[in-house]
Design a binder for this molecule. Structure first.
Ligand SMILES: NC(=O)c1ccc[n+]([C@@H]2O[C@H](COP(=O)([O-])OP(=O)(O)OC[C@H]3O[C@@H](n4cnc5c(N)ncnc54)[C@H](OP(=O)(O)O)[C@@H]3O)[C@@H](O)[C@H]2O)c1
Length: 252
């Protein structure tokens, strides 16, 4: 992987439970940051903390994954803010609703598909074009093991994340020749607001600081696909190997 890109990164969905730790890991390595989300007041608090603790430049920009028409301008604004196209982008935003609610209420299903998939495609295509033109950079997207196989417990969110994983795979294939690295992150379970109140087997859950460190290391090493806790790769290998005639009878 080329390392000639500028030492700066845009964190999309910077208020997410794990994004704060991803930002922290980049800041510790001297990267300038653009934190992007909808709640500017909350972002400013995190940015102030980053500046004090790491002596880095940290900017806040308003970003909504669903405002597709603003995405081209957002990418231009990132370049204007930094004085150059950023080195990379990490997509952390996401939305997971209760599966039953998404089955009954199309607006919930639609939001799940739009935030996790369409919003991601919309914004990443603009960054991809900018990095491709420059000839280096990195793109990382937080997808999910839920996208590896459809399950009754969360197939609408899983479908959106599965779409995102395939999208990132194709983007990686497209951008390889331009020297732009694309990393797909499959976190498994993480202890963040998204999983708050869910009963999850503790050994399978990653603390967000551990996840943040693993994600940034993988990005900077130029990894293609990572499972944050290594054993998820084997868990998902087993789950994917179950024949469909048997899988449809199971509740996992
Ligand atoms: N936690 C897990 O176990 C887990 C597992 C697999 C994958 N992931 C994925 O990892 C990523 C980070 O998740 P997390 O656990 O840190 O979740 P989180 O704390 O719930 O963060 C999700 C973030 O996305 C933001 N967001 C939602 N809709 C948005 C929009 N339209 N525009 C901009 N931002 C928007 C949310 O902002 P608001 O709070 O303002 O809505 C929130 O800050 C997500 O993509 C998630 O799907 C998480």
């Amino acid at each position: 992987m080329t390392s000639a890109y500028p030492k700066s990164v845009v964190i999309l969905g910077a208020l997410s439970g794990v994004a704060r730790y991803i930002a922290d890991e980049f800041a510790r390595r001297g990267f300038s940051l653009i934190l992007a989300e909808r709640d500017m007041a909350e972002l400013e608090l995190i940015a102030a903390d980053m500046r004090v603790r790491h002596s880095i430049a940290c900017y806040c920009l308003e970003f909504d994954a669903l405002r597709y028409d603003d995405h081209a301008q957002f990418v231009r604004q990132c370049a204007e803010t930094l004085g150059e196209t950023p080195g990379g982008v990490v997509l952390c935003f996401g939305f997971m609703a209760d599966q039953t609610q998404a089955q009954r209420d199309f607006s919930t299903a639609r939001r799940t598909l739009e935030v996790n998939f369409i919003g991601a495609v919309s914004i990443l295509e603009h960054f991809a074009a900018a990095f491709e033109e420059r000839g280096n950079g990195f793109i990382a997207g937080l997808s999910s093991v839920a996208g590896d196989r459809g399950r009754k417990a969360n197939y609408i969110y899983g479908a959106a994340k599965g779409g995102l994983s395939i999208y990132l795979q194709g983007l990686r294939n497209r951008l390889y020749a331009s020297g732009v690295q694309v990393t797909t992150v499959k976190p498994g379970f993480m202890d963040t607001p998204m999983t708050y109140g869910m009963e999850l087997p503790k050994p399978l859950v990653a603390a967000p600081d551990i996840a943040g460190r693993a994600i940034v290391r993988a990005i900077l090493k130029g990894k293609n696909v990572i499972y944050v806790l290594f054993f998820w790769r084997y868990i998902m290998w087993i789950i994917k190997s179950i024949p469909e005639w048997q899988f449809k009878k199971m509740s996992i």
